[in-house]
Design a binder for this molecule. Structure first.
Ligand code: NAP
Length: 240
């Protein structure tokens, strides 16, 4: 059945791949991002409508969701994909620019979108929420105490809301990607990335489509009995 899906940070990397896959599955898809030009170029390339939203700001989320639901349709599928990294040793970490920024964009954002969108899903008796966490939230990662904390927090949040929303036909799950080739990983020092890829049993880095296919399943009607789970998609690098 065709549904309406919102993908945060959906104009590049993993989010863009998810947006295209959900469109190909027959859903009406909208993306949100903070950069106007990126929304416009993604829309002209794919036909997927884009709206401006800063996921870390509750008021921005509220007004963008109202605009989307008015212009398109009520949101049935929410994919929280927007994320940033601001790596550094914990003992040198800037409380604002590194800690607060990463917690707000990667974790508070998930509360913001769910808080605004879930009431409508509850009223309509259907919803699919997929939160893109990370292998580094499952295992912790050197130099990423902020990111690991945010991504682990996302898992706890998802399990809690999965329990609260289950009796209204709403599922909430996490996908925890391993290393995926995007601008985020391209920004890593080459020797660190090469060393990580050598640890992947499947022998290759992941592609955004590896995450999109898992997400497409989780938002489907057929996945209606899967909730509160963390789907590890990492080429076998971590088997939690
Ligand atoms: P990416 O290429 O850096 O894309 C991130 C997206 O998030 C961009 O579209 C970005 O928008 C958007 N964004 C950032 N801050 C935002 C905000 N305040 N409001 C709205 N949108 C915002 O990242 P990616 O590699 O595709 O990663 C996507 C997700 O997967 C992230 O949550 C990441 O943590 C997670 N993940 C990635 C990997 C990996 O190896 N790549 C592994 C595990 C988990 P702009 O374009 O405007 O900056």
């Amino acid at each position: 059945m065709a549904r309406t899906a919102l993908i945060t940070g959906g104009t590049r990397g993993i989010g863009a791949s998810i947006a295209k896959a959900l469109k190909a599955a027959g859903h009406t898809v909208v993306t949100v991002d903070i950069v106007d030009e990126q929304l416009a170029s993604f829309e002209s390339e794919t036909g997927i409508r884009g709206f401006k939203m800063d996921v870390s700001d509750f008021d921005s989320v509220q007004s963008a969701v109202a605009q989307i639901e008015e212009a398109v349709a009520p949101i049935d599928i929410l994919v929280n994909n927007a994320g940033i990294t601001r790596d550094g040793f914990m003992h040198k970490m800037d409380p604002g620019k590194q800690w607060d920024a990463v917690i707000k964009v990667n974790l508070t954002s998930v509360f913001n979108t769910c808080r605004v969108i879930a009431p409508g899903m509850r009223d309509r008796g259907f919803g699919r929420i997929v939160n893109i966490s990370s292998m580094n939230g499952q295992r912790g990662q050197f130099g990423q105490s902020n990111y690991s904390a945010a991504k682990a927090g996302m898992i706890g949040f998802t399990k809690a809301i999965a329990q609260e929303l289950a009796n209204k036909g709403i599922t909430a799950n996490c996908v925890a990607p391993g290393f995926i080739m995007t601008e985020m990983t391209a920004a890593m020092p080459a020797e660190i990335l090469d060393a990580e890829v050598k640890k992947i049993p499947m022998g290759r880095i992941g592609q955004p489509d590896d995450i999109a296919s898992m997400t497409t399943f989780l938002v489907s009607e057929e996945a209606g009995w899967v909730t509160g789970q963390v789907m590890s998609v990492n080429g076998g690098q971590l088997m939690p």
